[in-house]
Design a protein around this ligand. Structure first.
Ligand code: BG6
Length: 494
């Protein structure tokens, strides 16, 4: 009998299994806003098509604008055409739109609250998505409580930015805690919903191969790069008040760092995982000013530079940052983590590279060159993992060594289903309904991340970032940050 090859086995066992969630009521505050129309509703629609959202579920848009349910459905239909153009059929679309309702609500006044309360269905999961400015989080929590919608089963979902420093994050935590328990609060970091980010945990803790080597004794350094080609046009107001540090490092890159560096939790459970992440954040050394490089992109032909994009030519906000980070604990002492992220860079690519040390001695002599294993975890594009291994160059001619990748591009190994992996929002919203907080940030984690970030931000007050060319890899000083340690960034390319 022929054995199935490994690719067939992988494809078969990956056959996606959709387990429907319970019927639920979801209220989206800011339901007419950009995030709701671009991300949240298309994600819900895709889960509906996949059969995960049962009939009878109600999705209630809530915002200050005066709409009736029919107008809201038209608005959402347009958004689906734009943001989920290939998904579903006319029939699925009509069935999805029929689940939608709309209530005009004023977060800061009494308008609409009694009506909203009357629309909720007693006895089912009730979730409230705060897709609004953080300044409204406290008011929304209070009104939900006042109007009897904050019972023990209710869940609230809050978007980033969760504060802009430690103090404001603590204040937000306090405001929410007045009306909701920590177990009811789902702080979204959409990076935690990405397929490969979760795969990081599977790779580390589901294999015997890596974990014994996952420490300072064997790992030379780790690089985390999140490079984007887009600029900040269109959201300049928000971005210019945040910069790359607040917008990306404090949350997304920090989460990646935590998942790479954390100790194995005893179980894959929300608090077990979050306790371990918190320990990593608390073990981070303060970053010295000499280990920080900030940049701002320049104009490029037609495309304006950062200052013009945000309408503030004298802006001192960074659109790029690179850091050398040290984790002071037994596992990582002596192994630096290099982090960088920026806008208008050469390519849109996000990856984590675990660069192992060289072998202690080369039996092949100096002419064989230096080789090291690199485990690369690609978040986007082409999600996948590859392990660079050293082998003999084929053919006669002696023992020449070459590095080749053992490549595992998920869509190749697991078939097209893996290529169409659910968007981060799809997974995260379903987790809210299932009541699983593993992929959400706990209040103390967010505060600890700000406590580490704040001194860096304070240290560059009034200092101009370095200019860099659009389409480059950031300022040259970022390259020097590694060169002076005898290391090199991996290339930013597709
Ligand atoms: C958001 C940031 O949280 O993440 C944006 O505010 C950034 O500035 C985006 O572009 C990147 O997300 P992704 O999923 O496209 O890598």
């Amino acid at each position: 009998m022929t054995q199935p090859n490994s690719r067939e086995t992988a494809a078969r066992s990956s056959g996606s299994r959709v387990i429907p969630v319970e019927v639920f009521d979801l209220v989206i505050f800011g339901g007419t806003g950009d995030l709701a129309l671009r991300k949240i509703l298309p994600a819900l629609y895709r889960r509906f098509i996949a059969g995960q959202i049962p009939a009878g579920t109600r999705l209630i848009g809530a915002a200050r604008t005066d709409h009736d349910a029919t107008e809201y459905r038209t608005l959402v239909a347009q958004a689906l055409t734009e943001h989920a153009p290939d998904a579903g059929t006319e029939t699925t679309r009509a069935a999805f739109l029929a689940m939608l309702d709309y209530v005009m609500v004023d977060a800061l006044g009494d308008t609409g609250w009694a009506e909203l309360a009357a629309r909720m269905t007693p006895g089912r999961v009730q979730a409230f998505y705060f897709s609004v400015a953080p300044s409204l989080f406290g008011a929304l929590a209070m009104r939900l409580h006042q109007h009897g919608m904050a019972d023990a089963g209710a869940r609230i979902v809050v978007e980033k930015p969760f504060g802009r420093d430690q103090q404001t994050a603590e204040a937000l935590n306090r405001d929410l805690a007045q009306h909701f328990r920590e177990g009811q609060i789902y702080r979204i970091d959409h990076y935690l919903g990405k397929e490969t980010v979760q795969n990081l945990m599977a790779i580390r803790f589901g294999n015997m191969l890596f974990e014994p080597l996952w420490n300072a004794q064997y790992v030379d350094h780790i690089q985390i790069t999140v490079a984007e080609t887009v600029g900040v046009a269109g959201r300049g107001d928000y971005y210019d008040r945040s910069g790359a540090m607040r917008d990306m490092v404090q949350n997304h890159l920090m989460q990646l760092l935590c998942l790479i560096a954390m100790e194995p939790p005893a179980r894959f459970e929300p608090n077990a995982v979050r306790d371990e992440k918190l320990k990593v954040i608390r073990a981070l050394d303060p970053v010295a000013p000499g280990d920080i490089v900030r940049g701002q992109y320049l104009a490029d032909g037609e495309a304006p530079g950062y200052g013009d994009d945000v309408g503030n030519p004298a802006s001192l906000t960074e659109s790029f940052v690179a850091l050398k980070v040290l984790v002071s604990n037994w596992r990582w002492a002596g192994t630096p983590f290099y982090l960088r992220t920026g806008k208008r860079l050469r390519a849109r690519t996000s990856e984590i590279a675990v660069v192992f040390k060289e072998t202690p001695h080369s039996i092949f002599g100096a002419e064989a060159g230096q080789h090291r294993n690199i485990l690369t975890i690609r978040l986007q594009p082409n999600e996948g993992i590859d392990l660079g291994v050293t082998i003999k160059a084929p053919g006669p001619g002696g023992m020449r060594l070459v590095d080749v990748p053992l490549d595992m591009t998920f869509s190749e190994a697991l078939g097209p289903a893996a290529g169409a992996a659910a968007d981060a929002y799809e997974r995260l919203i379903m987790d809210v309904i299932r009541g699983n907080q593993t992929l959400f940030m706990r209040g103390d984690e967010v505060v600890a991340a700000w406590a580490w970030t704040d001194p860096m931000i304070a240290s560059w007050e009034g200092v101009a970032p370095l200019p860099y060319d659009a389409g480059s890899a950031g300022p040259d000083e970022a390259l020097a940050l590694m060169h002076r340690d005898g290391r090199r960034w991996r290339e930013i390319r597709l």
